[in-house]
Design a protein around this ligand. Structure first.
Ligand SMILES: CC(C)(COP(=O)(O)OP(=O)(O)OC[C@H]1O[C@@H](n2cnc3c(N)ncnc32)[C@H](O)[C@@H]1OP(=O)(O)O)[C@@H](O)C(=O)NCCC(=O)NCCS
Length: 201
C-alpha cells in the first residue's frame, strides 16, 4: 500500500475542472445515478456544492480531496436531520487503490461526530461496487442490509447496500491527528480549514 498525504478542504468553484476529470469517466459513474457528466453538469454540481456551504443553516458539506497538491476526489457529508448524517466520496481512477477513499471517509466520520455531534452516520452503495463496500467496512461501519431496487440508474433499478456507524462505535483514536473533524471549525468559512493528514503506510 502506498503512503499518501490526504487533505480535505471545502470545494471551490476553481476545482470544477479537476472534478470533471473524473466525473466525465464512465468507470467512475458506473454505479451512480449521475454521469458521465458534461462540463455543464459538472459546473452545476460544483456551484451547488459551493453554494451549500453558505446556506443557513448548512446541511451539505462538500470537500475537495487533495493529495500531492492535486485535487483527486470529492467527499461529502449531508445532514439528515439533527442527529444523523450520510457520507459519500469519489476518487480519480488514477489514484484508486492507494487508500485515499478510506482516509477520506475516516475524516468525514470525524467531521460528522466531532463538529456536528452526530449520533449515526450512514452510507449506501451498489452491491456491485466492491471497492466502496470495502472502504465502508474498513472505516468501521456495519453492513445493515440490502434495500431492494432502491436506485434507478442507467442499467435499471438496482439494490443498495446500507452501512452505518454509531457514535459509541467510533474510535477517535483511529483517526490520524489533524482530521477534518478538528480543523474545519466553521463550515461557512469556505477556503479555510485545510486539513493535512499524513497517511500511515
Ligand atoms: C470506491 C472508490 C471511492 C474507492 O477509492 P479508493 O481510493 O481506490 O479506495 P481505497 O484504496 O481506500 O480502498 C479500496 C479497497 O477496496 C478494495 N477493492 C478494490 N476493488 C475491489 C474489488 N473489485 N473487489 C473487492 N475489493 C476491492 C481494495 O483492495 C481496497 O481494500 P484493501 O485496502 O483492504 O486492499 C473509487 O473506486 C471510486 O471513486 N469509485 C467511483 C465512485 C464511487 O463508486 N464512489 C462511492 C459511491 S458508494
Amino acid at each position: 500500500m502506498l503512503s499518501n498525504a490526504v487533505q480535505l478542504r471545502p470545494l471551490t468553484v476553481a476545482d470544477w475542472a479537476a472534478v470533471h476529470d473524473w466525473a466525465r469517466r464512465p468507470e467512475v459513474c458506473r454505479y451512480q445515478t449521475w454521469g458521465p457528466n458534461t462540463p455543464e453538469q459538472t459546473r452545476a454540481f460544483v456551484q451547488a456544492a459551493v453554494d451549500a456551504w453558505a446556506q443557513h443553516p448548512p446541511v451539505r458539506f462538500v470537500f475537495a480531496v487533495v493529495s500531492g497538491e492535486q485535487v483527486v476526489g470529492n467527499a461529502e457529508l449531508k445532514l439528515r436531520g439533527a442527529h444523523i448524517g450520510e457520507i459519500g466520496y469519489g476518487v480519480h481512477p488514477r489514484v484508486w487503490g492507494r487508500g485515499i477513499a478510506t482516509e477520506t471517509a475516516r475524516h468525514l466520520l470525524g467531521y460528522g461526530f466531532r463538529q456536528h455531534h452526530l449520533h449515526r452516520i450512514f452510507a449506501t452503495c451498489d452491491p456491485r461496487n466492491a471497492a466502496s463496500g470495502r472502504v465502508l467496512r474498513k472505516i468501521g461501519m456495519t453492513y445493515e442490509g440490502r434495500m431492494r431496487e432502491a436506485v434507478l440508474i442507467r442499467d435499471g433499478w438496482r439494490d443498495s447496500d446500507l452501512y452505518a456507524i454509531l457514535r459509541h462505535e467510533w474510535h477517535p483514536a483511529d483517526q490520524p491527528a489533524g482530521s477534518a473533524g478538528q480543523c474545519v471549525q466553521r463550515p461557512v468559512d469556505v477556503g479555510l480549514g485545510v486539513v493535512d493528514v499524513e497517511r500511515r503506510a
